[in-house]
Design a protein around this ligand. Structure first.
Ligand code: D6G
Length: 805
């Protein structure tokens, strides 16, 4: 296939006519987008098939990444750049009088994820293809990705997001990959036999939709397989004909509900059950597909552990342990011990959080009702493990309670984190600090029982999307100075360090930032009507809204700054724009109140002529991957200010650093390693450290005392209760003040003064533009280690035992 602009142009026109059915005289931008994607897709498919052939012929070990989230965002730009077809397509389209940017903006942002965990899965898919690993992603084809956020009167409102409404030209439905997923019923056992027969009372079908994942320079194209749900019998005709329309369509309805939304709210028992059903659905379909592919090729499962490596992304797919055991024993007739050692060799688990509420547990009753055979298997694994604990250590009750797969307190529950741990040969954390804390806290006793399984794999980001695609001018400069190989190996970006010592190059570096800020300012003006001045410092905190991420700390500091300006309006302050964006979980009331506060502070600040010449505040609605691609390159200061010990890694921190933002942050997650790489003198650290947080919590915190000791915080909280940001409603933010006064769990009060001081240090640094630029360059060129290529090489070497290229 030719890739000249002429050839591309002819192909796009052919697609427009024969696939879309439109003449160019009436074609709209969405038609051009579809025709462009189809023309590009043809250029991907050959490589895709080659990769499929290659993995069959080479009999190589395949890697499977099971994740309930894949936040892939738009795919057009990624694929164009990774195949080096950007210019050819741009020229072809411009000859057709189509603005590629306008067409591209119509591509839906595939938001099959919530935040960092899902975006990590997407970066990993790209890196696995770029490193030539035969890898498959498995997830769910949710009809509605993460909700669309609008802000009304300062409050978050959730609207459904309809990314599939107009079809998805990237996906291929694979009818041959359809699996029965069962629920409920009972289990039949035969005395003396390990294999059992499960008689479920409910079935539905999982059907595959494949999306190609293109690696850098088109090295390899892998598959992201997303499962849709269908009823086994879409309609019971007899019931329908007898007038029972609801009953006739119940199967279809149940199947449809299953993949409707990502993260059904689990505040109701129905929502909880649906989530467990989703998890089992996706995991069972993936494991059945893996077994199908393997047996098709190797005519049996004896060598499964040699040929298959499955990564469980967080606890959501942890049921894989019991499902793989079930299939090996009940369907393939493997003896228990062989099945167990096979399962452990095949599976590995990534832990993403130490927050107890995020380490899933399911009521035993629910489990028994939906997955009776799996519960039996889990009990059997538990019995064997607890016996081992007794034999090895003469374990006491507390130890047994901690390692057990069943939580016997307040209603019996199955502990999915523990299940994933015992069923895996590798359990990894996502930053050095997080991994250490994991060993000391959640998995302390399991780590004693099974030492050596816990290891660290610090997260990473793909430099293709997060530098080359979103910040092409900076990518060009870095490659020009550091060498073209920096594009292939981001760790070589250090070769561009001399930019910092060269006045002309430094100026170019700084100018690129200003140009990116102008693009963001224009976006904000168009979408929100707010004027931003690109010479202000762009101080940004964008991520999910959560108390531990402490957007509140940031907003309180904004109020402190506002009060300082009001007290002395003629003084000159470093001009800043405070930018916030992020979604709060629909049932997370406190997080939604924080969004309200951010918006109201923005309204007051932006409308006050005494203040808005030196300070602006913006809350950008509907944060998603595409918005991040505009914000990240335009950021001067990156806010990574979580309560120490609570952010497992973070990946936003890396994206900003790579694009030349300075970080203000706590010693949490990957911030610690980032500071080590870029040098403490180029990083603004403040606040309590993880062990101190733990110590204070254990001792108990006098919130009133904390506020008493900080006059500035006191003044800020007084302002909240005066109704300045709530049109005179004095009670509006009581819950926020209470969170500090009553225990200050997230250390917002205790870190406030330190944060304000660190912000003052930032302002001081900004006043020395040459030094500031030097620091930003040092941050950018030293971030290459945080490439997801490095992370994936480590997974491949230490966990999956597969080669990389
Ligand atoms: C992907 C890539 C395509 C291949 C298909 C089925 O869509 O080339 O034919 O998967 O492959 P298996 O699932 O049968 O391995």
């Amino acid at each position: 296939m030719k890739n000249t602009p002429e050839a591309v142009k002819a192909d796009i026109l052919a697609k427009l006519s024969y696939a879309i059915g439109k003449d160019r005289i009436v074609a709209k931008n969405h038609d051009w987008l579809a025709a462009t994607i189809l023309a590009l897709r043809d250029r991907i498919i050959d490589r895709w098939q080659e990769a499929t052939r290659d993995s069959y012929q080479a009999e190589a070990r395949r890697v499977y990444y099971i994740s309930l989230e894949f936040l892939i965002g738009r795919l057009l730009r990624d694929a164009l750049n990774n195949l080096d077809l950007n210019n050819a397509f741009k020229q072809a389209l411009s000859e057709l009088n189509v603005d590629i940017n306008l067409a591209e903006a119509l591509e839906p942002d595939a938001a099959l994820g919530n935040g960092g965990l899902g975006r990590l899965a997407a970066c990993f898919m790209e890196s696995m293809a770029s490193l030539d690993i035969p890898a498959y992603g498995y997830g769910i084809r949710y009809n509605h990705g993460i909700f669309q956020q609008i802000i009304k009167d300062g409050w978050q409102i959730e609207l459904p997001e309809n990314w599939l409404e107009d079809g998805n030209p990237w996906e291929f439905s694979r009818r041959e990959a359809a699996y029965k997923i069962a629920f409920g019923g009972h289990v039949e056992s035969t005395p003396g036999k390990t294999a059992h027969t499960w008689h479920p009372n409910e079935h539905l079908l999982a059907t595959a939709f494949d999306v190609p994942m293109v690696g850098w320079r088109g090295k390899r194209v892998n598959t992201l397989r997303l499962w849709g749900a269908r009823a086994v019998d879409p309609i019971h005709l007899q019931a329908f004909n007898s007038g029972d329309f609801d009953g006739a369509l119940a199967g279809s309805r149940n199947a449809e509900i299953l993949t409707r939304v990502l993260y059904p709210s689990d505040s109701t028992p129905q929502g909880q059950e649906l989530r467990l059903r989703q998890e089992y659905f996706a995991t069972s379909a993936a494991i059945q597909d893996i077994m199908r592919r393997h047996t098709q090729q190797y005519k049996g499962v004896a060598n499964l552990a040699d040929k298959v490596a499955i990564q469980i992304n967080d606890t959501h797919p942890a049921i894989a342990v019991a499902e793989l055991m079930r299939l090996l024993i009940d369907i393939h007739g493997m003896p228990w011990d062989t099945a167990w050692s096979t399962t452990q060799k095949v599976l590995s688990y990534t832990n993403h959080t130490l927050l107890p509420e995020a380490l899933e547990t399911w009521p035993v009753g629910l489990f028994e009702r939906l997955l009776p055979r799996h519960l039996q298997i889990i009990y059997a694994i538990n019995d064997l493990m607890l016996a081992e604990a007794h034999n090895k250590f003469n374990a006491d009750d507390e130890f047994i309670r901690s390692v057990s797969l069943i939580d016997e307190g307040a209603g019996r529950r199955v502990k999915m984190g523990n299940l994933a741990f015992v069923g895996s040969h590798s359990i990894n954390g996502v930053s050095a600090l997080h991994t250490e804390l994991m060993k000391e806290s959640v998995f302390r006793d399991l780590n004693t029982l099974y030492p050596g399984r816990i290891n660290n794999k610090t997260n990473g980001i793909t430099p293709r999307r997060w530098l080359h695609n979103c910040n092409p001018e900076l990518s060009k400069l870095l490659a020009e100075v550091g060498g073209a190989e920096t594009l292939d190996n981001a760790e070589k970006l250090t070769q561009a360090a001399r930019i910092a010592d060269d006045a002309t190059l430094s100026k170019r570096f700084a100018d690129i930032k200003v140009a990116n800020k102008a693009v963001l300012a224009k976006y904000v003006k168009t979408h929100m009507g707010i004027d931003l001045d690109p010479t202000f410092m762009f101080d940004v905190q964008v991520k999910r809204i959560h108390e531990y991420k402490r957007q509140l700390l940031n907003i309180l500091q904004v109020i402190d700054h506002y009060l300082a300006i009001k007290a002395n309006p003629s003084a000159s302050f470093v001009p800043r724009v405070k930018i916030f964006a992020g979604k709060a979980a629909p049932s997370y009331t406190q997080a939604k109140l924080i969004i309200k506060l951010a918006n109201e502070v923005a309204n007051v600040v932006n409308a006050d002529p005494e203040v808005n010449k030196q300070l602006k505040v913006v809350f950008m609605p509907n944060y998603n991957v595409s918005l991040a691609e505009i914000i990240v390159p335009a950021t001067d200061l990156s806010e990574q200010i979580s309560t120490a010990g609570m952010e497992a890694s973070g990946t936003g921190n890396m994206k900003f650093g790579l694009n030349g933002a300075l970080t203000i942050g706590t010693l949490d997650g990957a911030n610690v390693e980032m500071r080590d790489h870029v040098g403490a003198e180029n990083f603004f650290i403040f606040g309590l450290e993880a062990h101190e947080v733990e110590r204070r919590r254990a001792k108990g915190i006098d919130g009133h005392g904390v506020v008493e000791n900080s006059p500035r915080l006191r003044a800020v909280l007084r302002e909240l209760s005066k109704g300045t940001f709530s049109a005179g409603n004095f009670q509006q933010y009581n819950a926020i003040a209470d969170s500090i006064y009553h225990g200050d769990w997230f250390m917002v009060g205790q870190d406030f003064d330190g944060y304000v001081e660190a912000q003052e240090a930032v302002s001081k640094a900004w006043l020395q533009p040459k030094d500031w630029t030097r620091m930003t360059i040092r941050n950018s060129v030293n971030m290459g280690w945080f490439s997801s290529d490095r992370t994936i090489r480590e997974y491949a070497r230490d966990i999956w035992k597969v080669p990389t290229n």
